[in-house]
Design a protein around this ligand. Structure first.
Ligand code: SAM
Length: 279
């Protein structure tokens, strides 16, 4: 029997043995090249002293790379029960360093499975990727329970995360990602890297938390101001933010911002200053 460098069967064989035909409804586009998954795992930095949370391990391409690269422990949440036997084989091969949780990542509380800070690494299912990212960026307390996020997204979403003011991609995701973390695109992947190939290209984003926010403001207020402003991103702030306060123009002026500016022109710092006017 052929084996890969990690001593386990090639992913194509795993998929045919366990009959893991990709399901579109679960966002299943698998990575079968272990060299590629190794490269993604290494973007997360040194894993040897570190626990990793992975969402959507599928047949285990990225999971195997994380373990092969030395992750102390990987906890992986998978919704598709068909993948569990393949993942059990990996867990056995790596002496239990892999723990698999069968369920929906949106319903699992990560705090029940980890003690210290962790790294999150995932090739996210496109249908829940943004929602998970927003949750990880807006925890109840900061610093969060994670040190870094190394995540695969559709390229368009990755560009929204790292976008700068003045660009079309700049919006809520950019501000939530850049206010108290640093975000950069570290890899681009063409559709052909996946099986089956999706319609669009993908990119890996690496986000590292800052211990303190870069600019002071209340997280909940910032989230509300940003969501309201970008809800009507082409309108001037005095119109788009009208629902927040009757004296909105005075508050925008007090923040040193022109009420005729539009949401996409404001820097992260300006959004924080503006939010202070509502605290
Ligand atoms: N990590 C594998 C890889 O890179 O080849 C698979 C990635 S595939 C893009 C997304 C995976 O997430 C699939 O295995 C899918 O079954 C799983 N998934 C989809 N929705 C999920 C959810 N709500 N919670 C946990 N896993 C989910």
């Amino acid at each position: 029997m052929t084996t890969s460098a990690d001593g386990l069967p090639p992913l194509r064989d795993v998929i045919s043995t366990h009959e893991l035909r990709a399901q579109k409804s679960l966002g299943q586009n698998f990575l079968l090249d272990l060299n590629l998954t190794g490269k993604i795992a290494r973007q997360a930095g040194d894993l040897s002293n570190c626990d990793v949370l992975e969402v959507g391990p599928g047949p285990g391409g990225l999971t195997r790379a994380l373990l092969y690269e030395g992750a102390r422990r990987v906890v992986a949440i998978e919704r598709d029960e068909r993948c569990l036997p393949a993942l059990a084989e990996i867990s056995e091969h790596y002496d239990g360093r892999l723990k698999v949780i069968s369920g929906d990542a949106l319903a699992v509380n990560p705090h029940e499975h980890f003690e210290g800070p962790i790294k999150i690494v995932a090739n996210l299912p496109y249908n829940v990727g943004t929602e998970l990212l927003v949750r990880w960026l807006t925890p109840k307390e900061w610093p969060p329970f994670w040190d870094s996020l190394t995540l695969m997204f559709q390229r368009e979403v990755a560009h929204r995360i790292v976008a700068q003011p003045g660009s079309k991609a700049y919006g809520r995701l950019s501000i939530l990602s850049q206010w108290r973390s640093d975000a950069k695109i570290v890899m681009d992947l063409p559709p052909q890297a996946f099986t089956p190939a999706p319609k669009v290209s993908s990119a890996v984003v690496h986000i590292t938390k800052c211990d303190q926010p870069k600019f002071n403001c209340d997280a909940k207020v910032l989230e509300r101001v940003v969501a309201t402003a970008f809800n009507q991103r082409r309108k001037m702030l005095r119109a788009s933010l009208k629902s927040l306060a009757p004296d909105i123009e005075d508050r925008i002026n007090a923040a040193g911002i022109k009420p005729t500016e539009r949401a996409e022109q404001l820097s992260v710092e300006e959004f924080c200053t503006l939010s202070q006017m509502f605290s």
